[in-house]
Design a protein around this ligand. Structure first.
Ligand code: CTP
Length: 473
């Protein structure tokens, strides 16, 4: 039974981790105005009744909307948090793992404890945090060997250059590395370090040795580093990507197991000359998220993508292309699929004849005319009836007006089964943004979805696809 002090700590850590404001928590706990004032005052001294309501609100809010069919439900993850600035992302990761029904137990290294407190980890994971190899209480309660083996997977996030080196060398000089050496369970690492440290031959050889022994890896991603002006590969993968990698790992029994999926994503670019091109503002976020979501449900997924800054989704075969014609060729080369989702913003026209050399101003008059010819329509091509037609073909409709009417007409014109219609007018922030408001148009109905994060749109769409294919031959 938690003491009052423990509970106060837990509530404070929950709020400190950004999961709720005190007032937000108070509202969901149904507290009185007086209790709310108490909660917000610096001298916070809640009664036992207030605390138990808050506890109930916390546990209620950490398990919202649990999708029962995720591959993570019931899985036990031993999360080793090493000492990197990215350690703070673990709180979000733990919350999302628990939302999906996984149990998370944390081991915190000495360096890790400089970046994230054991209290926050305990509050978010709802379990004790293990830190000391030589703790008599921990040993009498569980023991480091059982700690290492009572998990379905050991995840090291952030995995610093130091812990990767110790893992590669088999050094066991703290609880984390001892557990890693003692475990007989799969291990996944999410490296996080300065780009130079990542590129260093020592780190590369350590990671290659670990991968050679069956350790799986997610990230690191490219991007800006915590240090000013540092950019490169070394950022820890985002919690959503780590989650996707875990779901792909456990997703072998997923609902789309045995199905093949093909997804197009990003813009295409059409050359004008060797340096100039026609393109569009597509970020690839939505298409990449869909590929990741289908892979999580166990589909054997190929993603054909135009140039984007999105990292390759875990567990997905990625084919990078530039032009619409290359995209079509790559889709055709991918072979037969059960599911096709065309989320790419394909440039509709290309320059009739791209110049082999850079166009020079001096060779031209003041105005310049480009002759454009139409690109192949990939969605319409893949939707064509025939023996090899995919079971389900889904297109997108990027519209700036009469969104639903245009989408209904587009579905019929292209011959696909569903259209995901979205408003991309200026101001909606759909292109390049993180959220999307869509309508799912089928032959029978139009379903309006609320505004959701692009990952959530992807997850929902993947589940609809799984529903549609269930029972299909
Ligand atoms: N699409 C495609 N190949 C093309 C053009 C579009 O595969 N050459 C696909 C897109 O991936 C999307 C759907 O068709 O799934 C609709 O794309 P959209 O840009 O909304 O429509 P367009 O066909 O380009 O028509 P319009 O620009 O006239 O609205």
């Amino acid at each position: 039974m938690a003491t009052v002090k423990d509970t106060i700590h837990r509530v404070r850590a929950y709020v400190a981790a950004g999961h709720a404001s005190k007032s937000g928590l108070a509202v969901s706990a149904g507290l009185t105005a007086n209790a709310l004032r108490g909660l917000e005052s610096a001298e916070w001294n809640p009664t036992a009744e207030t605390l138990s309501k808050l506890e109930a609100a916390i546990s209620g809010s950490t398990v919202v909307d649990v999708p029962q069919d995720t591959a993570l439900a019931g899985k036990r993850i031993l999360l080793i948090v090493a000492g990197g600035i990215a350690a703070y992302k673990c709180l979000e990761l733990i919350r999302r793992l628990r939302e999906r029904g996984a149990a998370v137990r944390c081991v915190l290294t000495e360096a890790g404890a400089r970046f994230v407190t054991p209290l926050s980890l305990a509050a978010i994971s709802g379990d004790k945090v293990y830190q000391d190899l030589f703790s008599l209480t921990d040993e009498s309660e569980i023991g480091h060997i059982r700690l290492a083996r009572d998990a379905d997977l050991v995840l090291v996030a952030p995995a610093t250059a130091d812990i990767l080196a110790r893992m590669a060398a088999g050094i066991a000089n703290d609880l984390a590395t001892t557990a890693l050496l003692a475990t007989d369970q799969p291990v996944m690492v999410a490296p996080a370090m300065n780009p130079r440290m990542w590129e260093h031959a020592a780190t590369q050889s350590n990671i290659a040795a670990l991968e050679g022994r069956g350790v799986s890896r997610v990230g690191p991603a490219a991007g800006e580093m915590a240090e000013a002006d540092a950019w490169g590969v070394g950022r820890m993968a985002e919690p959503a990507d780590i989650l996707a990698a875990l779901e792909a790992f456990f997703g072998a029994g997923g609902r789309l197991r045995g199905r093949r999926a093909l997804v197009t994503s990003g813009p295409t670019i059409e050359a004008i000359d060797p340096v100039r091109y026609i393109a569009n503002r597509s970020s690839g976020k939505q298409g990449h998220a869909i590929a990741a979501a289908l892979a999580r449900l166990g589909a054997d997924t190929t993603l054909v993508s135009g140039p984007t800054e999105q990292p390759d989704p875990p567990g997905v075969a990625v084919v990078n292309i530039e032009s619409a014609r290359d995209m079509l060729a790559a889709c055709e080369a991918a072979g037969p699929s059960d599911i096709v989702v065309c989320a790419a913003a394909v440039v509709d026209w290309r320059v009739a004849e791209a110049a082999p050399r850079k166009l020079k101003k001096k060779d031209r008059k003041q105005s310049q005319t480009l002759e454009l010819v139409e690109n192949p329509d990939i969605l319409a091509t893949l939707s064509r009836a025939g023996p090899g037609r995919p079971r389900l073909v889904v297109g997108f409709a990027a519209e700036t007006e009469s969104v639903i009417d245009n989408a209904i007409a587009k579905r019929a014109a292209k011959g696909c089964d569903w259209i995901v219609a979205n408003d991309v007018s200026a101001g909606t922030g759909t292109f390049g943004g993180d959220s999307n408001t869509v309508h799912l148009v089928s032959a029978e109905e139009v379903e309006d979805w609320p505004t959701l994060a692009k990952e959530e749109v992807a997850e929902r769409l993947a589940l609809c696809i799984a529903d549609a294919l269930e029972g299909a031959p």
